[in-house]
Design a protein around this ligand. Structure first.
Ligand code: NAD
Length: 487
């Protein structure tokens, strides 16, 4: 299986390569075999991309918002028309099952493009009555924005960042994760086909050093990163030292609280979605599942039965429900956490092993894993694992579980399952988390802002909130009388 793109980078409307760049291989995680060999961007490529973005942005910003929106809308339509092809590319690059990529990747990017295409036409400033004189505010683009992506939702992340940036009149230079370089190039082609002028969406490949070269480039006005907390700290520090705007979409260790009165099968379905989708490589996953004592044993029994039925294997088989992890390094990390869980005294309920799958011996698979008897201080309850490892903890009282759920440095998401709606809203109000679900988990429609509290991030993606983070406000005072001057 090969998916070699025409070249490594997409700059100023064309593919571009520089043979001096470090090697960057894309691996199919189900087999461990290379599918494409690319080059990381050299300083020359970074310079060309930044300069193309700078040159293209002012004319784009001067267009009527609805005209920019029309191009994004066309791009959304192309993404949808090409969903099968793009889903296959994403499955090849990420190893995620085709049944997931078909609904959650290019489709989600298309949703973002469609939403911002429409929203931008009504995203206006305010008129402020000053009792004679008046003021108004203008929302203006920032200029050249840098997007840096993670590997779990590559085209989705590229779409979530570029759609509001472009709608608002900015240009973007996007660096995908070094693990998943391919689909951002496909998105760049789609934008060009939709009529986006050259230079407004550029893709450069590379590792962290290319990311930090982009962040510190003098033309960069804003950076938006999706990645881990340690990376976010570095990027925010660098951006802050140069007074640049920054949005951080980082990691989590989110709580999912199940009360005794919850619908059992729905709560288990939510917990499984919130731990095993994309092999557990989802930032907002509810990896600390707090189950109230009265339901705990039944919950665990049914959870184990349903988890054992998960079909793991070839991600291209439409019946497959779980694929491999992204890389050998991630595979080793997740297996080490499973060992730590066992050695710290948690009870392994199911999973925990590398499955033997004929023809996929080189793949990075881990069985869906459930631990019970987990306590708040155990490593697996404190650190983000980013793999299919669920920790089940028991609790007695509402106040107790609120305090324990919030007892983390992270604050990306939280969920609550209960039939008692006043309690659901009461608990959600107390959650120190940017996105909360009541009787659901991990749904992230573009209409709702998405982002983290505490160490999980700064700023928001999606919804009108994202347009705020890709713009700056200009206040204009208009005099309607004479100037009152003491001179
Ligand atoms: P990562 O932090 O290793 O890398 C993220 C991106 O940052 C990559 O493109 C990487 O090349 C780049 N990078 C690394 N060092 C850099 C530096 N010094 N300067 C600039 N760029 C640098 O994260 P990952 O392993 O790719 O993704 C997994 C993490 O992402 C998890 O922690 C997960 O929770 C988080 N994530 C968050 C969200 C969200 O929306 N909050 C979504 C998906 C993933």
């Amino acid at each position: 299986m090969r998916a070699q793109p025409k070249a490594s980078h997409y700059v100023n409307g064309s593919y571009l390569d520089d043979a001096q760049g470090a090697e960057l291989a894309s691996i199919h995680p189900a087999t461990g075999e290379p599918i494409a060999l690319l080059r990381a961007a050299t300083p020359n490529v970074v310079e060309l991309a930044m300069e193309a973005a700078r040159a293209a942005q002012p004319a784009w910003a001067r267009l009527k918002p609805v005209e920019r929106g029309r191009i994004l809308r066309r791009a959304a339509d192309i993404l949808r028309a090409r969903n099968d092809e793009l889903s296959q590319l994403e499955t090849l690059d990420t190893g995620k099952p085709i049944q997931e990529t078909t609904v959650a990747d290019a489709a989600s990017a298309a949703d973002a493009l469609e939403f911002f295409a429409g929203a931008i036409a009504v995203y206006n400033g305010e008129m402020v009555d000053l009792g004679g004189p008046f003021g108004y505010t203008r929302r203006e683009p920032l200029g050249v924005c840098v997007g840096i992506g993670a590997w779990n939702y590559p085209i989705q992340v590229a779409g979530w960042k570029s759609a509001p940036a472009l709608a608002m009149g900015n240009a973007m230079v996007f660096k995908p994760s070094e693990n998943t370089p391919l689909s951002a190039l496909a998105l760049a082609e789609v934008y060009s086909e939709a009529g986006l002028p050259d230079g407004l969406f550029n893709v450069v490949q590379g590792y962290g050093d290319v990311g930090s070269a982009l962040v510190s480039h003098p033309l960069t006005a804003k950076v938006s990163v999706t990645g881990s907390v340690p990376t976010g700290r570095k990027v925010l520090g660098l951006a802050g030292s140069q007074m640049k705007h920054a949005t951080m979409e980082l990691g989590g260790k989110s709580p999912l609280i199940v009360f005794d009165d919850a619908d059992l099968e729905n709560a288990i379905g939510g917990a499984m979605l919130g731990n095993f989708y994309s092999s557990g490589q989802v930032c907002s996953n509810g990896t600390r599942v707090f189950v109230q004592r009265g339901l705990h044993d039944r919950f665990l029994e049914r959870l184990a039965a349903r988890t054992k039925n998960i079909r793991i294997g070839d991600p291209f088989d439409p019946e497959t429900q779980m694929g491999p992890l992204i890389s050998k390094a991630q595979h080793e990390k997740v297996l080490a956490y499973i060992e730590t869980g066992k050695s710290e005294g948690a009870t392994l309920v199911c999973g925990g092993n590398v499955p033997s799958l004929q023809g996929f011996e080189g793949g990075f698979f881990v069985e869906p894993t459930v631990f019970s008897g987990v306590t708040d201080t155990m490593t697996i309850a404190r650190e983000e694992i980013f793999g299919p490892v669920m920790s089940v903890l028991s609790f007695d009282e509402e106040d107790e579980v609120i305090a324990r759920a919030n007892g983390t440095e992270f604050g990306l998401a939280a969920g609550v399952f209960t039939r008692d709606l006043p309690r659901a809203h009461r608990v959600v109000r107390e959650m120190q988390a940017g996105t909360c679900w009541i009787n659901a988990y991990n749904l992230t429609p573009v209409e709702l802002p998405f982002g983290g509290y505490k160490q999980s991030g700064i700023g928001r993606e999606n919804a009108l909130a994202a347009l705020g983070h890709y713009s700056q406000v200009k206040s204009v005072y208009v005099e309607t009388g004479d100037v009152e001057s003491p001179y």
